[in-house]
Design a protein around this ligand. Sequence first.
Ligand SMILES: [Fe+2]
Ligand SMILES: [Fe+2]
Length: 164
Amino acid sequence: MQKPTEILTSEHKNILKVIDAMLAKCGELESGAETDKDFFVKAVDFIKNYADRFHHAKEEDILFREMRAAQDKLHCSPMDQMLFEHEEGRKFVKNLEDALVKEDRKDIEENARGYANLLQDHIYKEDNILYLIADEALKEDVQIKMMEEFAQMEELEFNEKDWE
Ligand SMILES: [Fe+2]
Ligand SMILES: [Fe+2]
């Protein structure tokens, strides 16, 4: 059976692809290129709809809920820190949107880099710590129920081709 955390890890790969593209654009900005506003607008749209609304919703509404329910099997409770980092990410995205409206190059670069670095670190922690804890703590019937709930959330289409 495919585990819920395997789905989440494969979604991380899509998010990291966009983050890499964002960092490359930041490098171009730093070396004096014109601001590619269309790119950043598209990246913000991806982050809000896919990374936040789609992926983080699965974590916050389904995974963290089940991890809390299995709290007695956890040696630590990393969910609050993960939630805090999701919130920090939302702040960078909000500031990035404001910077795009103002066409403020410095703020665009700063907030895009801030988001990218935060999420790279966040994803590393989830893939290598949080999800391993979840795999061990969550019973098989709970994981099967989670897979059904994930499937219900999957009406949103993500086109990987857009980011190759
Ligand atoms: Fe997360
Ligand atoms: Fe995640």
